[in-house]
Design a protein around this ligand. Structure first.
Ligand SMILES: NC(=O)c1ccc[n+]([C@@H]2O[C@H](COP(=O)([O-])OP(=O)(O)OC[C@H]3O[C@@H](n4cnc5c(N)ncnc54)[C@H](O)[C@@H]3O)[C@@H](O)[C@H]2O)c1
Ligand SMILES: O=c1ccn([C@@H]2O[C@H](COP(=O)(O)OP(=O)(O)O[C@H]3O[C@H](CO)[C@@H](O)[C@H](O)[C@H]3O)[C@@H](O)[C@H]2O)c(=O)[nH]1
Length: 429
């Protein structure tokens, strides 16, 4: 029986491994994490993340061929294939701060794999990493002096939150990059055999390591660029009387452009787009490509501009002040069907309104008051570290209250900000 171990039981590791376990009954899958509360939650009826369809998949396999554990070393030692799906946050200090990926957690996982292994293994990069990371990981693993052989593969994940299970069941593509050597090809085939149990062969792409690593950053940059393009257009629409929904619909009808990812918004959020583009920008700069870096930086600048523009429009339309006015915020998650608030535009909008002394009443069907208060008091990029390493916020923002439904949040409000497109908001009175 093939044994898989995944280090990191987060938004990617949990759902991805649950689907592998479901689709490959002959594979034993262990998902391990240093966070005890997270693993406890994965083993309970209240999973640590909200994702449609996930409960059902986990219930079908947990205890059979899917296990969640904090015994990281034991499961790594026993595995044939080790996925690494740990945090790769934006660096907050030192060289490349504010842009480069912080590979602390990745490196410590790689060193642990090297230390505890007693047999050859395939190590799979599931986290999003800078191009050429595999080279560094190889160095760490190969210098183990025990004669154990490791093959490194890059298998970036393209799932989107809120549709993770659907995306994993029917992926547009699965990408596997490996070394172009006989051992590399053999490792690629071993991983391909796992996915081939439910993904059609023509959707499993194999490339060299660097292409796979870079494709992940490129795909996110292209997606985010579409949103910044339509959001930039929304500013011009508002200035001219054009309607951005009509414009984007008509533009998307061109089959060369296509209709997806053309919804204008308060700006994109989520743990990936900004982080991955900043990382791409840094890589371009390090490779002596300042023009290319500048080009991608603009995607982030427009995103920040859109969030600021939204706040400014609210304030200017309310006699240039929201001081002591009650503003209702409907939706705090970065998109519908998730409780994830990482880099949600709601944080910037709320902070902007608080800067003008508004009173804010927030309702989101999946986000707790505790999370909202943490988000509004946390420093930039602190959110992307393992939970037990995040700073606890000693204070709460007094002008912010959290309501139990949309009507309570909007009662007596001077203005309403609709920040997440939850379906339940469509049918409100
Ligand atoms: N969230 C997404 O939609 C998504 C999609 C594709 C790719 N990614 C990438 O996947 C990676 C993981 O993202 P995520 O959203 O699942 O993050 P996450 O924070 O939800 O999960 C990461 C987990 O790794 C654990 N961890 C960190 N260091 C560890 C170690 N040394 N040993 C064991 N466990 C450790 C943390 O405790 C945490 O539970 C990131 O690189 C991200 O960019 C994310
Ligand atoms: O037309 C659109 C589409 C999306 N968004 C916003 O963009 C953000 C990101 O949305 P989405 O891409 O659907 O969710 P993520 O879970 O962040 O998924 C992205 O980031 C993941 C992590 O790398 C990748 O795996 C996915 O392929 C990629 O879609 C959200 O704030 C959305 O509201 C828009 O503003 N307009």
């Amino acid at each position: 029986m093939v044994k898989i171990c995944c280090i990191g039981a987060g938004y990617v590791g949990g759902p991805t491994m649950a689907v592998i376990a479901l689709k490959c009954p002959s594979v034993e899958v262990a998902v391990v994490d240093i966070s005890v509360p997270r693993i406890t939650a994965w083993n309970s009826d209240q999973l640590p993340i909200y994702e449609p369809g996930l409960d059902d998949v986990v219930k079908q396999c947990r205890g059979k061929n899917l296990f969640f554990s904090t015994d990281v070393e034991k499961h790594v030692r026993e595995a044939d294939i080790v996925f690494v799906s740990v945090n790769t946050p934006t660096k907050t200090r030192g060289l490349g701060a504010g842009k480069a990926a912080d590979l602390t957690y990745w490196e410590s996982a790689a060193r642990m794999i090297a230390d505890v292994s007693v047999s050859d293994k395939i190590v799979v990069e599931k986290s999003t990493v800078p191009v050429k990371t595999a080279e560094a990981i190889e160095k760490i693993l190969m210098h183990n002096s025990k004669g154990i052989k490791f093959q490194i593969l890059s298998n970036p994940e393209f799932l989107a939150e809120g549709t993770a299970i659907e995306d994993l069941f029917y992926p547009d593509r699965v990408l596997i990059g490996g070394r172009e050597t006989p051992e590399g090809f053999k490792a690629v085939k071993a991983l391909k055999d796992v996915y081939a149990q439910w993904v059609p062969e023509d959707r499993i792409l194999t490339t060299n390591l660097w292409s796979a690593e870079l494709t992940k950053l490129a795909a996110n940059a292209f997606l985010a660029q579409r949103i910044s393009s339509v959001n930039a257009m929304s500013a011009l629409c508002e200035a001219t009387g054009a309607n951005v929904s009509e414009v984007s619909y008509a533009v998307g009808k061109d089959s060369r452009i296509g209709p997806k990812f053309l919804n204008s918004s308060v700006g994109f959020g989520g743990s990936c787009f900004q982080k991955d583009i900043l990382n791409l920008v840094y890589i371009c700069e390090c490779n002596g490509l300042p023009e290319v870096a500048e080009y991608w930086k603009q995607v982030i600048k427009i995103n920040d501009y859109q969030k600021t523009r939204f706040v400014n429009r609210i304030v200017s339309s309310m006699f240039n002040t929201v001081s002591n006015k009650k503003i209702a915020v409907l939706g705090f998650a970065f998109k519908k069907d998730t409780g994830d608030t990482r880099e949600t535009p709601a944080i910037d909008v709320c902070k902007g309104l608080l800067g003008d002394k508004a009173r804010i009443s927030i309702y989101d069907p999946q986000v707790t008051e505790e999370q909202i208060q943490r988000d509004l008091t946390m420093n930039k990029f602190d959110w992307d570290h393992p939970i037990h390493l995040q700073p606890m916020s000693p204070t709460t923002v007094k002008q912010v209250s959290v309501a139990w439904d949309a009507y309570a949040a909007t009662k007596d409000a001077h203005g309403i900000c609709l920040l997440t497109e939850w379906d339940e908001f469509k049918t409100l009175d």
